[in-house]
Design a binder for this molecule. Structure first.
Ligand code: FBP
Length: 568
């Protein structure tokens, strides 16, 4: 098989581990803290998770450390299953490699099965026994192609029973689920279900998603966010330089991140575009589509006064769901389409579907639907994903905004306020970043998360999310352990019912990353302050190659990687 020169070189990269995980496996000690509580809805969660609610935080330390509840890891032979769940995120292969290496280090006879195609692999008992030869072919590479991924949700009683029965048939000691908030909610439910049924099979989760919205006090970032943002930022920087060279286009770039705007914000910090919309701010200020268009036009008009008829606008993928009038429309559409699905799909044509819906919608949402260009309306009516979400990546907000901006500029021209030339180009960056070779940060972080999952399993824990913290320091000083999944949960309304779910972290408007952006964005809107980050570097000085993104550094009180002593 042909492989690129970079892939060949990356096979030789040895991911860095926190010091606590570089001891021989038998010398790693587990320190258990106090019982934990969820931030909200404690009584409901305690009742729903009687066997797994309130577990203590776990951290791994050097065995010679004093005042710890020492627990030597067994060298027992283990059989573990692993699932990749949801969208691809750079570094998934390294999570599996870290888990595999940990298991083999503990006992050379231990086995790791990969379930094929996501959670459905467990339900249908489709799996692959992972060997040295397979693992070595995927070390430090992007993608999830080692075993594939999928978005099947384990939710019916039959699916829970099939999961347990297939795991038992394979003789699994543990199951590792690598996924985002929904998949780790599933991990928590499975852990509770297995224990309730008297099964000793442990369930451990790993925080994955390029969207960056699976984070909290104990999970500093989800893996993949770093590489995806660096990949998009390289592309945005290249477009900025092209825009500044040609001086004739306004580029409207939509960036993935289903709901939260972390990716857009991080890319803005890395590239300093003229405008970056932040969905959470749009919702907080209750901005309408027309007000957003006015905000963009203000920058275009100002720059045109300096003959700068070019610029770059970043748009988060989930924007439409945060604009109050659009949110109301989407919510009503979701309910109507779910309640009368057959009747809706039975309408002969798109025009008939729109007419049918307008008859059922409240007056304001009906008017919003009528005001949208047909292509956008069509995208809003497209099939929902298995979790009942609108597939926001299919809504071409970038084109919608270009059209509305052009119209508004035309009026401003007639009023004599605008004298420039506007030519808008639309881009969408999403899939380009999900399978990139993981940055050194993601390669190290993922390998550590996988290895840490092994230690959680070897320590006999279940219902935990693998956690590696202190990420603004060098890898040797990272702190590995586990966070009880129930600690990160709350109750939310999903498809008409209150359900326990892991909380999604949206961009905090009072947080350091947003404040850093807010302090400079007015300058960026008028002037050309573009930053060109260039491609991810894998080899070279640590401050260029190992530096995590700005969001993580700013959130943890520093503006750059701490490169100090690693030996302590
Ligand atoms: P996860 O939350 O599963 O990691 O997926 C994230 C994501 O890449 C979103 O940014 C995007 O909206 C969605 O997946 C696209 O889904 P699909 O891969 O099904 O097209």
């Amino acid at each position: 098989m042909d492989i690129s020169l970079l892939q060949k070189a990356r096979y030789g990269y040895q991911p860095k581990l926190p010091k606590s995980l570089t001891q021989p496996a038998g010398d790693i000690a587990v320190q258990l803290g106090e019982a934990t509580e969820a931030a909200k809805d404690r009584e409901e969660l305690r009742a729903l998770f009687p066997h797994s609610y309130g577990k203590p935080l776990a951290s791994f330390v050097r065995a010679q450390h004093e005042d710890i509840r020492r627990k030597q890891l067994t060298r027992k032979q283990l059989t573990v299953g692993v699932i990749l769940s949801g969208g691809q995120a750079p570094g998934g292969h390294n999570v599996i490699a870290g888990l595999y290496d940990g298991l083999r280090q503990g006992n050379a006879e231990s086995a790791l099965y990969g379930f094929l195609g996501g959670p459905s692999g467990l339900l249908e008992n489709k799996r692959l026994l992972l060997t040295d030869e397979i693992i070595d072919r995927y070390r430090n590479t992007g993608g999830f192609d080692i075993i594939g991924s999928g978005r099947t949700k384990i939710e019916t009683p039959e699916q829970f029973a099939a999961s347990l029965s297939n795991a038992e048939k394979l003789g699994l000691d543990a199951l590792v689920i690598i996924g985002g908030d929904d998949s780790n909610t599933n991990a928590a439910l499975l852990a509770e279900y297995f224990t309730e049924r008297g099964s000793p099979i442990q369930v451990i989760g790993c925080p994955k998603t390029i969207d960056g919205d699976l984070k909290n006090e104990y999970i500093e970032t989800s893996f993949g966010f770093d590489t995806a943002c660096k990949t998009y930022s390289e592309l945005i920087g290249n477009i900025e330089r092209d825009a500044n060279s040609a001086k004739k286009y306004w580029h409207f770039i939509k960036l993935m991140g289903r709901s939260a705007s972390h990716i857009a914000l991080e890319c803005a910090l890395q590239t300093q575009p003229n405008i970056c919309l932040i969905s959470e701010e749009v919702a907080a200020k209750g901005l309408s589509l027309a007000q957003i268009v006015d905000q963009i036009c203000a920058s275009i008009v100002k720059r045109a006064e300096n003959q700068e008829n070019f610029g770059v606008v970043l748009i988060p993928e989930g924007l439409v769901e945060f604009i109050p009038e659009m949110k109301r429309l989407i919510n009503e559409l979701n309910d109507i389409m779910a309640a009368d699905e057959k009747e809706f799909t039975g309408q002969g044509s798109f025009t008939a579907q729109i007419a049918w819906l307008r008859g059922k919608l409240s007056p304001a949402p009906a008017e919003t639907l009528g005001s949208l260009p047909p292509d956008i309306a069509r995208e809003l009516l497209a099939e929902r994903d298995p979790h009942g979400n609108v597939q926001v990546s299919r809504i071409e907000t970038e084109k919608l905004l270009i059209g509305m901006v052009a119209k508004r500029l035309h009026s401003l021209q007639r009023e004599g306020i605008y004298r420039g030339k506007f030519s808008g180009l639309a881009h969408f960056f999403g899939y380009e970043g999900r399978c990139a070779f993981p940055s050194n940060f993601d390669a190290d972080y993922c390998y550590s998360l996988g290895f840490s999952s092994f230690v959680l399993i070897a320590s006999g824990l279940t219902g935990y999310l693998s956690s590696v913290r202190n990420l603004r320091a060098r890898a040797g000083d990272w702190l590995a352990g586990g966070v009880p999944l129930t600690m990160m949960m709350n109750m939310e309304q999903r498809q008409g019912q209150q359900k326990p779910v892991i909380q999604k972290a949206l961009v905090a408007l009072e947080g350091a990353p947003f404040r850093a952006f807010d302090a400079l964005r007015d300058i960026w809107a008028g002037k050309t302050c573009f930053l060109y980050p260039g491609a991810i570097q894998y080899y070279g000085p640590p401050e260029v190659c190992d530096q995590p993104g700005r969001t993580l550094l700013l959130e943890h009180g520093s503006d750059r990687l701490i490169t100090g002593d690693q030996t302590g």
